[in-house]
Design a protein around this ligand. Structure first.
Ligand code: AHR
Length: 497
């Protein structure tokens, strides 16, 4: 039996809704086909945005969407993506399959997508191959009112009113595809470029500097150290990228659906390396920013496998199983626990790329197991983290925790906990003690399945959220005690009022 203690009297930081964000890049079928089909498509759409996908993203209350990349961002020239579509420049997407990009999805289309989804925009600027002037004018184009040249150009292109841009990234992976820079050089460039991200509207634009790329053999603390030391005062957030792969060999990362139990366990152990990264980079940031003013923004995370057989290797299309659901459930609980520093995160990517929440095939759409985790966990958005812990350690054979969890209290007073049992085969008997208060169970839900279970276009969608039956509630000594069983390979949410 595993005991979980939740202490409602010990409140932590607010869990920013943006921790449940997504990332969408001009890569493979993420933007084109996945999100945007164009106004003339036979697939139901509003102003070119797929209605089914927009509805699905609204359902998980997607709080923020990052765009246009990724590596694509540092080759993206925004003026090529505005104005009449027939006149837009056709370019080669050199990062992702050398396909021709017709720029029919640009600034106006992205901000229209955000409007329909009801999420905040997070736009990533181009430092690697763009100029300071280009970045400065993009900000002016999007956010300035009045009759400046850029504001008038925006009006001519059909949007008289300025938009509100909440988040702006100054470059992406500038240690790699964004220019192969040394941290000292990028820190100086960041200081310069961000100087011209001006504030035209009332809302201050939250500026995000490119942070470290990390992996299990190199957490890359030096990048964070140099950035915080030299440019910390000029940023609101510092990004961090971490991808989970079953194998360290990038040429053979492993299949998304055909994996052994050992590969399943390795993948989850590697996903849990996120804890080391959050603690380690958080500690470096604490040295320069003990008040935690600067947010850690994990704006790319998720699983990365070999592409599905027969698909374009440059498109990064992979299926998504209960293994991915477990990666999401564990990772999101970690983000909750680090709410004081982690204030945005963006899973890579929204549709048809890497650990997607949605897959599409023509007019068909499938919601992945990862999607359902976002659905289960959405109650944490904007809630207050509560101190909680579990009595168990790790399973000796797999090295995985028996149970991993987090808990929060929402503004309406309800208390929710999300728990993950990562074991491939063993159920766990749980006793959850909510100390010092007597509450009633309002809802108990679970996502569970065999480790390879997934939803697809041919065989349907067996992986769904279900009621978690058999939860016994007792009030003992002024506490609320819940007794229930967590099935193997499951994520559950219990809500009390
Ligand atoms: O998400 C795919 C790619 O991974 C992004 O373009 C890049 O930033 C990262 O290397």
């Amino acid at each position: 039996m595993v005991r979980q203690n939740i202490y409602p009297a010990r409140a932590g930081a607010q869990i920013q809704p943006e921790v449940y964000g997504n990332f969408s890049e001009h890569l493979g079928r993420c933007i084109y086909e996945g999100l945007y089909v164009g106004e003339d498509s036979a697939i139901p759409n509003v102003n070119g945005m797929r209605t089914d996908v927009v509805e699905a993203l609204r359902n998980i209350q997607l709080p923020v969407l990052r765009w246009p990349g990724g590596c694509f961002a540092d080759e993206y020239h925004w003026k090529e993506g505005i104005g009449p579509k027939a006149d837009r420049k056709r370019i080669v997407n050199t990062n992702w399959g050398y396909v021709v990009e017709d720029n029919s999805f640009g600034t106006h289309e992205f901000l229209e997508l955000c409007r329909q989804v009801g999420c905040k925009p997070y736009i990533n600027g181009n430092v690697g191959s763009g100029t300071v002037q280009e970045m400065a004018e993009w900000i002016e184009y999007m956010t300035a009112g009045g009759d400046s040249t850029m504001a008038k150009l925006r009006g001519k292109n059909g949007h008289a009113e300025p938009w509100q841009i909440d988040y702006f990234g100054v470059g992406n992976e500038n240690w790699g595809c964004g220019g192969n820079m040394r941290p000292e050089y990028y820190a100086d460039l960041y200081r310069r470029y961000q100087s011209y991200v001006k504030q035209y509207g009332e809302k201050k634009i939250f500026k995000i500097a490119c942070g470290p790329g990390t992996n299990v053999s190199d957490p890359n603390y030096n990048w964070t150290e140099v950035l915080m030391k030299n440019a910390g005062a000029y940023m609101d957030g510092l990004s961090l990228h971490y991808y989970t792969t079953p194998s360290d060999d990038w040429n053979h990362k492993g299949s998304a659906t055909d994996f052994t139990r050992e590969e399943y366990e390795v993948t989850l152990r590697k996903a849990l390396f996120m804890e080391t990264l959050l603690a380690g980079h958080g500690a470096v940031m604490d040295k320069y920013d003990p008040e935690k003013r600067v947010a850690l923004v994990v704006d790319e995370w998720g699983t990365w496998y070999d592409v599905e057989p027969g698909t374009n290797p440059g498109f990064l299309y992979q299926q998504n199983t209960m293994r991915d659901a477990m990666v999401a459930a564990l990772t999101l609980n970690l983000f909750n626990k680090h709410a004081d520093r982690v204030r945005m995160a963006n899973i890579a990517q929204t549709v048809n790329v890497l650990q997607a929440v949605v897959l599409t095939d023509g007019a068909k759409m499938v919601l992945t197991p990862t999607y359902h985790v976002f659905d289960l966990y959405k109650v944490h958005q904007g809630a207050t983290l509560l101190h909680s812990s579990v009595s168990c350690g790790c399973d000796e054979a797999s090295g995985l925790p028996l149970v991993q969890e987090s808990a929060s209290r929402a503004a309406d007073g309800s208390l929710s906990t999300t728990l993950c049992n990562p074991s491939a085969a063993e159920a766990v008997e749980m006793e959850t003690v909510v100390t010092g208060c007597e509450m009633e169970l309002a809802e108990a839900l679970v996502l569970a399945g065999e480790i390879h279970a997934h939803n697809d276009f041919e065989t349907g969608s067996p992986v769904q959220i279900q009621a978690l039956d058999g939860v016994a509630v007792a009030h003992e000594g002024g506490n609320t005690v819940l007794r229930f069983t967590l099935p193997p390979c499951s994520a559950a949410r219990l809500t009390l009022r």
